[in-house]
Design a protein around this ligand. Sequence first.
Ligand SMILES: NC(=O)c1ccc[n+]([C@@H]2O[C@H](COP(=O)([O-])OP(=O)(O)OC[C@H]3O[C@@H](n4cnc5c(N)ncnc54)[C@H](OP(=O)(O)O)[C@@H]3O)[C@@H](O)[C@H]2O)c1
Length: 486
Amino acid sequence: MLKSPDPHVFIVFGGTGDLMRRKLLPALHSLARQGEIGKRFKVLAVARDEMTDSAYRDWALKALEEFACEVAGSDENSTWCNSCLHYQTIGKADQAAFEAVRDRIVALEKEADIPENRIFYLALPPSVFPGTISGLGEVGLNLSEGWTRLVVEKPFGRDLHSAHELNSLLHTYYDEKQVYRIDHYLGKETVQNLLVFRFANPIFENLWNRVHISSVQISVGETVGVGSRAGYYDRAGALRDMVQNHLSQLLTLIAMEAPSAFSADAIRDEKVKVLQSVAPIKSNGVVFAQYADGNVGGEAVPGYLQEDGVAPNSSTETFVALRLEIANWRWQGVPFYLRTGKRLKKRLTQVVINFKKPPVSLFEPFDDCNINANRLALTLQPDEGFDLGFEVKRPGQGMSLKTESLKFQYADEFSQLPDGYETLLHDVMTSDQTLFVRADEVESSWRLYEPLLSGSVGVTNYEAGTWGPQEADRLLAQNGDWWAKL
Ligand SMILES: NC(=O)c1ccc[n+]([C@@H]2O[C@H](COP(=O)([O-])OP(=O)(O)OC[C@H]3O[C@@H](n4cnc5c(N)ncnc54)[C@H](OP(=O)(O)O)[C@@H]3O)[C@@H](O)[C@H]2O)c1
């Protein structure tokens, strides 16, 4: 049965930012509407601006009107904002300011008869994480008589060293059991369903290994360019922004062993083992590229170097393709191909499992009997579902084969998939860390990609609106493979 959250105060540092406006407020409001959060609940938004509670509620109301997915009446929205939302400035972010935050939390707890249960959510620019973590810890906001949890948004560092420093700072004040590192990909229903697909369906799991699978492809395509994130993105690039976190999460869920139990630590133990088993990435197993101008969805778009906020001589990669080898008993010899990029042909997240062909073709004497290998495509967004390609006999004389597909689409069975943030916030409130990234997971992932961060990988170009450069095709051709047609 679903656990219900205890009464608590939910404190958002960065409570006036884009994430709060577009994701957190609508998710909190939706949980409240579903009755998941009771009346003894308060939100305290913290940022540097001076603002009254009333001004903050007006801002939040506009955000809900724009972004809440269920359209509640505006009276209902405003009642919720007036009863739940509060604002506190962090001013100069010195000790006195953190003490003022502490006093405000205590006052809200008294007012609403809430025990000392607190969630601190860091929806902040990464440069502000360290000062905020130590600021909270130094005024004793890391502990309480009830429970205290800390939610950290990505990025978790920008390399192994900074990730390790961030983890060390977190562990100075907080136990790992209190820390929830959010990778919003893990909140997606279809990503969580990978575990159900594999471990509730033995027909697939029994084939899920090097004996039956020839290769695995994970593609995360975006059609958007850098937009307003150029300042951040130009210093990050696709490897840091997408591969180290989201694609690596998908990789671990596809490749992990069955956990000993459906518990946060058992699952995360298995995910870490996958990352630790990946062999060092070879220099001929990586492609970095940057988009040139082109045409996406019928619209002409500029190249990366022409985007506002991008350095004119930037060599930041907006596309990455990788070939990974997992050196363990299950996967030795099976290439895992990962690719992601901006301004690609389609917005699509898909995992393709290519099974092996039959060892002998019984149908070889017939010219048109080229047997295609079975292929399972798991589409995680959009048009969520599965598609299993298999061979059938074409009716008529002779033994001519045709590939058909067995399909399942979420939209045919389920009306609407919940937003990932709603799932993740509910999990923080009920202390379920399964979908959050553990410290050793973050560091194992950085350890794997660290050698690619030195600038030694050349950056080629691709036309916007394509699936990337030809080098990405050659990466697979080296093994006689090719990217699935998406
Ligand atoms: N936006 C998204 O969809 C999204 C998605 C995934 C992850 N994230 C992550 O979420 C975090 C926040 O992103 P965002 O897009 O919301 O950024 P944003 O729009 O720039 O907002 C940043 C927030 O932090 C506040 N802030 C800045 N310095 C502060 C300080 N010293 N103390 C307290 N508050 C401070 C800002 O308000 P003041 O300037 O008034 O202080 C503002 O409320 C980032 O780590 C980002 O990578 C965002």
